[in-house]
Design a protein around this ligand. Sequence first.
Ligand code: C2O
Ligand code: CU
Length: 546
Amino acid sequence: ARVRHYKWEVKYEYKSPDCFKKLVIAINGRTPGPTILAQQNDTIIVELKNSLLTENVAIHWHGIRQIGTPWFDGTEGVTQCPILPGDTFVYRFVVDRPGTYLYHAHYGMQREAGLYGSIRVTLPDGVPEPFPYNYDRSIILNDWYHKSTYEQATGLSSIPFTWVGEPQSLLIQGRGRFNCNTPGIEAGVCNATLPECSPYVLTVIPGKTYRLRISSLTALSALSFEIEGHNMTVVEADGHYVQPFDVKNLFIYSGETYSVLVKTDQDPSRNYWASVKVVSRNSTTPNGLAIFNYYPNHPRKSPPTIPPTGPMWDAVEPRRAQGLAIKARQGFIHPPPPISDRLLVFLNTQNRVNGYVRWSVNNVSFNLPHTPYLIALKENLTHLLDQTPPPDGYDFVNYDIFSVAKNVNATTSDNIYRLQFNTTVDIILQNANTMNPNNSETHPWHLHGHDFWVLGYGKGKFDLYNDPKNYNLVNPIMKNTVAVQPYGWTALRFVANNPGVWAFHCHIESHFAMGMGVVFEEGIEKVGKLPTSIMGCGATKGIPRP
Ligand code: C2O
Ligand code: CU
């Protein structure tokens, strides 16, 4: 195994990823940032210089479990203090599994300012993948807003509440296209002729098999991705091999990664559209387009066809079906423990707390503390945190998930779930109606520090007695991010065997900012000596540093 050393400078720059000029957060001048390429068991060192001038930062390595290094998970308020302007912070961790992963800012709502990128971990030399392919490419999908994260964050945390609205465009590998003729756009701000916002081109050689690593880091949108005229065979999800299955379009939620195999077996005399569309919301955002360019056709030559329109935004069934189609690959099945030690049922609701609009789990809306949990728990500063255990369930008998709650008020807290080390934990994510009648949203939940088995999905209210009988305990897929569909539930199981403190939250940037998350602690006594580089904020200022 090797050591891969990266030097990154994080800085605000003016860019026009969708032809509209705005301030973005770039790494070494780029958004998306540089792809981290490594082999299994390599050590990654990222020396991160914060050159944002007036803003803190922290970067999370999404999908990397940080075994033995929970302090480098990069989650501000949970595992570290923020990195101050002018400071350099060194992340150092091992990528212990092959697969497709991500990195992104985990401070405030900075992710949607453009601070994100891909991590590709390949097998050690000489070890073959269980499926053949000729070329390996990464495509990262995103949605894009023209307002600054400050304006958005302020709107979300004000009375009256101002929702962020639908994104202005969709980006494929950092490129999108906003219509510069939209009324109200100031002269000079939008320029449709910039090469920067010409469509992303993926050049392919006819007669080959491509592994496309497709991932999403949208701020809000659930997406459907497709390549005109080409089926995709799904072979990997969140770093785990999947029993191959074919799709025409791939549904992907923020925080998910997939590998698909695409055969370039169509008419080679032309190019094809790749397109991405918002699903699950009745969005005004136009589809994003890229060019799937068959060599030697000109890469900028538009395909002769109308781009695919994509699936119906409101059809939940095909999305549920994709979730159900995913099984662990034969020969790579890690069977889950047959029973669990603890059951947590997490009711997802939209609420009001002191008049503010928030999201909650079991009527508790999450707030990050000033002293990061990992440090507070390890250094015995627990008196700073709310000590009452948060609720393990909700009022199953009386709560009607299909209507607006009778009482929409919730509380807010920074208390956390303490898990017994090495025990098996089941989580039922239970979706419900929002504060608007006949409305329930899709939430992609992401767990730090672990992969979980996805044991089942269902519609309506989870039945504690009958639904577990239908769990897939034979070949469930392991993931780190999974969606809970409108008015539905999703059942997960994981083993609390990674000493540390880990966030579990909705990966929609504004939902997490509005309290949709929880924190787990397990085996804190087994965590090694914390590096002093993660300290410096809140009560950690009192901890002696050498
Ligand atoms: Cu990719 Cu806590 O997030
Ligand atoms: Cu959400």
